[in-house]
Design a protein around this ligand. Structure first.
Ligand code: PGA
Length: 249
């Protein structure tokens, strides 16, 4: 049976209160006028999480963080605990995004500890995996993704606690996307790998991310084992994010 799709916007380091709240209000208006048959999630920068959660309250649109610390509290200047995101209105948190793996040298082991922290706080972890262009050219895409899953997922996760986002690094923010056949191959592989690690693996939603736009969303979102999308650039414009969500529903 097809899983209900999840359309998630990753706003990254974009938005002051005025833009973020206008975007949230626009999405809330759209969903009220025309509820869609898919789940919607926005992940604003941490400064806007609570205000966006308040603006979306009652709309059915969920809110997520973009990262969290491994610890519950303490002397970690600049960091945010999973419980703080939950307290500010989040239900989800993106972990192991390639920009964090690159910019902050996050290892699989660190991502795994963050997933554990998210689980302990009652947040759904959206764990990102994906190969670089060099790794794909070397024929290692599936091997890289397997390694990231093995290293980043704690034991005993369930579908209610976990979403996987396959984001080829070379497709993020570039306008380039893999072919539908390539996406199908990786997503099928992820599903198989999850069967060894998660009891209800068939219910874990697998998102595709990387240059999802209104004009390619329909094709990408209807590939086998693609249960939604993680959207960066196009999630900053309400009409584009909405068009992608409509393509999913
Ligand atoms: P993009 O980003 O849609 O701008 O390519 C996707 C992501 O990084 O999650």
């Amino acid at each position: 049976m097809a899983l209900r799709k999840l359309i998630a916007g990753n706003w990254k380091m974009n938005g002051l209160a005025s833009d973020g709240l206008a975007l949230a209000a626009d999405l809330a208006r759209r969903v009220k006028r025309h509820p869609l048959d898919c789940d919607l999630l926005v992940c604003p920068p941490a400064t806007l999480v609570r205000a966006v959660a308040d603006a979306l309250s009652g709309s059915g649109i969920a809110v997520g963080g973009q990262d969290c610390h491994t610890g519950r509290s303490g002397a970690h200047t600049g960091d945010i605990a999973a419980s703080m995101l939950k307290d500010a209105g989040c239900s989800h948190v993106i972990l192991g995004h390639s920009e964090r793996r690159t910019d902050h040298h996050e290892s699989d082991a660190l991502v795994r500890a963050k997933v554990e922290a998210a689980r302990a706080a009652g947040l759904v972890a959206i764990v990102c995996v994906g190969e670089t262009a060099q790794q794909r050219d070397a024929g290692q895409a599936l091997k890289v993704v397997s390694g990231q899953l093995a290293g980043s997922l704690p034991d005993g996760m369930s579908a209610a606690q976990l979403v996987i986002a396959y984001e080829p690094v070379w497709a993020i923010g570039t306008g380039r996307t893999p072919t539908a056949a390539d996406v199908a191959a990786v997503h099928g592989h992820i599903r198989t790998e999850l069967r060894q690690r998660v009891a209800d693996a068939t219910s874990v939603r697998l998102l595709y991310g990387g240059s999802v736009k209104p004009d390619n969303a329909r094709e990408l979102l209807h590939v086998a084992n693609v249960d939604g999308a993680l959207i960066g650039g196009a999630s900053l414009k309400a009409p584009d994010f909405w068009a992608i969500a409509e393509a999913a529903a």
